[in-house]
Design a protein around this ligand. Structure first.
Ligand SMILES: Cc1ncc(COP(=O)(O)O)c(C=O)c1O
Length: 495
């Protein structure tokens, strides 16, 4: 049995509504279960992360500690082997700055404060101050000065945590056990995770033909259980901005909160606007925007592990906090999901923002937008490719005549690490400063043209790897895809 053939062959003939229950019934038969398990294992084996040749994995503590030089040599060699993938601009997103001097600065900031924990503000007052200043700088960037309300927030570990905390704040403020979030289908999966963890309902509303949130459909989805409406600036899949002004006004008129997710755009859009690009309002200058997320660890050029969640007013932020006044361990508070927090990362984020300054971000944004313009123009000239929506620098495209997942595989064989999308099937590239380096745009476009030709001319099955991603993206039984994903995560933790 081949899962790919099963999906496109036999299962394709079954009425869609019956596919999942029939499959679930069949897999209870032991022989089918065994074959499926084998098939899952083979599929997953193709995806197992590469091992470093010659390195013995440590699966138990060494009896005596290894010498520092040996440890550092291992880390250095492995990082060096992985370096070209991101440094030479082969990755979508991932490393957003990547300049040697910038990395050196943020690394050193981390090292200086590697022992600090902002949870202990008495012991490390400096690192909690870095967090406060990162929040203040981000708030100012996102319209805090253009509203009479106070804009406050916290530093978190990433965009997903910022979204979870904001959703928690709305849920707890409402006091409802059945609180619901209304978001477009293109909103980041962090909203799904938030709803799952917080016991909230996520009402997902289809987007329009331009991949933007459909304001009327979103308004129709709001009911008395809705505590927050969300939109993206821009959204991860297609890089388009939802109509934040209209959505937030709709939410305001219905007396519910509005979260503008600017995890991707928070450190790009304000500078793009200043550079003269047409950027519709998306931040706290809009009275209906009551919370936002923006990520220093993406286009803020901080190291991984730092995001900011912002609120209009202290009252909403308080619903994010956790406090315990009667724990035997003492008086306890924690503003975010973690207990202890890495002070080194707070210092590094502060250092990133402080060193870039407004001028640095303007220059970086100009370079990214210029590279993105050339990529969009180039894609436009490749016959049969089509850009989805009207993106600024996160560019999704599909093919009119070739299987886009085979195209993704063909690009992977050329070293590229792009993102596969579904609904509709497409590929995206989040343009970073790495793509603004000399020759990268040209290499991307020539590889893309070549890969497309290869896919058009090689019959399916002739390429050297199974298009696992495409199979998983289109497999008609979602439960199977989730099983595969869980098994994939298992393999990541196999030493
Ligand atoms: C729009 C948007 N929101 C939220 C997130 C989640 O961010 P993180 O991966 O830092 O949790 C992302 C990540 O790409 C994103 O693009």
């Amino acid at each position: 049995m081949d899962l790919g053939k099963l999906a496109t062959g036999r299962l394709g003939k079954v009425p869609p509504a019956l596919v999942e229950p029939m499959f679930r019934l069949a897999e209870r038969i032991p022989a089918v279960r065994r074959r499926l398990d084998r098939e899952y294992d083979e599929t997953i084996a193709a995806l197992r992360p590469a091992e470093t040749p010659g390195r013995q994995p440590l699966t138990r503590l060494p009896a005596r500690g290894l010498p520092s030089d040996k440890i550092l040599a291992t880390l250095t060699d492995e990082a060096a082997a992985e370096r070209s993938g991101w440094e030479e601009g082969f990755a979508s997103g991932a490393v957003y700055h990547g300049g040697a001097d910038h990395i050196d600065l943020v690394d050193r900031a981390y090292v200086i404060h590697s022992q600090a924990n902002p949870l202990h503000a008495d012991l490390w007052p400096s690192t909690i101050r870095y967090e406060a200043e990162v929040v203040a700088m981000t708030a100012e960037l996102l319209g805090a000065r253009r509203t009479d309300d106070e804009v406050v927030g916290t530093v978190t570990s990433g965009g997903t945590e910022s979204i979870i905390l904001a959703m928690k704040a709305y849920r707890d403020r409402s006091g409802r056990k059945d609180a619901a979030i209304v978001a477009p289908t293109t909103a980041h999966v962090g909203f799904d995770k938030a709803a799952h963890l917080l016991g909230m309902r996520l009402v997902k509303v289809p987007v329009g033909a331009d991949f933007k949130a459909d304001v009327r459909a979103m308004a129709a989805a709001v009911d008395r259980k809705t505590v927050v409406v969300a939109g993206s600036a821009p959204g991860f899949p297609h890089g388009v901005l939802d109509p934040i002004a209209e959505l937030s006004e709709m939410a305001r008129s219905r007396h519910v909160g509005f979260h503008a997710d600017a995890c991707l755009g928070g450190f790009v859009l304000p500078f793009a606007a200043e550079l003269g690009r047409h950027i519709p309002a998306f931040d706290f200058s809009l009275p209906g925007v009551t919370s936002m997320s923006a990520d220093p660890h993406k286009y803020g050029y901080a190291p991984k592990g730092t995001s900011v969640v912002l609120y209009r007013g202290r009252e909403l932020r308080r619903h994010q906090y956790f406090t315990a006044g009667d724990w035997p361990g003492g008086l306890y508070y924690s503003p975010t999901l973690s207990g202890s927090r890495p002070g080194g990362l707070s210092a590094a984020a502060w250092a990133a923002l402080a060193s870039m300054g407004k001028e640095g971000y303007l220059e970086a944004t100009a370079r990214i937008l210029e590279a993105a313009d050339r990529i969009k123009e180039g894609i436009g000239t490749i016959d049969g490719l089509e850009i989805l929506g009207d993106p600024l620098w996160v560019i999704a495209f599909r093919s009119k005549d070739a299987d886009v997942f085979r195209l993704l595989e063909a690009m992977t064989r050329r070293g590229w690490r792009l993102n596969g999308l579904h609904h509709p099937p497409a590929i995206h590239l989040a343009v970073t400063l790495r793509h603004a380096a000399e020759g990268v745009v040209e290499r991307f476009l020539s590889d893309l043209g070549e890969a497309l030709d290869e896919v058009r001319h090689a019959p399916p099955g002739e390429t050297d790897s199974v298009p696992v991603y495409g199979m998983a993206a289109t497999f008609p039984v979602r439960g199977v895809v989730n099983d595969l994903l869980e098994r994939y995560v298992d393999t990541l933790y196999e030493a």
